[in-house]
Design a protein around this ligand. Structure first.
Ligand code: AMP
Length: 119
């Protein structure tokens, strides 16, 4: 999947449309999903133009890669998800059901999350 600079998360990063921001640093942005699928549903994205984890791991700098992981952990701690547990998930491409072609990590929590896959 090619990077489309008009994707919704690119537009959020450019400030063209709003988001419900939780945290931002030089390399990452965390915000609430607009259509939450759990009591707590956050998206963590890199600021760079990466479509997927394979793209990110091949082309991003070590600093960007570390920043994304650190932000996911920070959000889990800051939203008090650690004690009861939480789940991260990232959809890639057609089989992964990816809708927005900008790498994003879903962070779910706040309630029991059920089986890993629905099938
Ligand atoms: P995926 O199917 O993994 O690509 O997930 C895309 C996610 O982006 C979905 O959970 C959507 O609800 C979410 N989403 C789409 N537009 C927005 C937006 N403007 N602000 C926050 N979340 C969004």
């Amino acid at each position: 999947m090619a990077y489309d600079s008009e994707n919704i998360f690119a537009r959020i990063l450019r400030g063209e449309i709003p988001c419900n921001k939780i945290y931002e640093d030089d390399h990452t942005l965390a915000f609430y999903d607009i259509a939450p699928q759990a009591e707590t549903h956050v998206l963590v994205i890199p600021k760079g133009a990466y479509v997927s984890l394979d793209d990110f791991s091949e082309h991003a700098s070590d600093v960007e890669i570390a920043a994304l992981i650190k932000t996911v952990g920070k959000i889990a701690r800051d939203l008090n998800l650690v004690e009861d547990g939480y789940r991260i998930l990232s959809n890639m491409g057609k089989n992964g059901g990816q809708e927005v072609p900008h790498l994003h990590i879903h962070l779910f929590g706040g309630e029991p999350l059920g089986p890993m896959l629905t099938k």
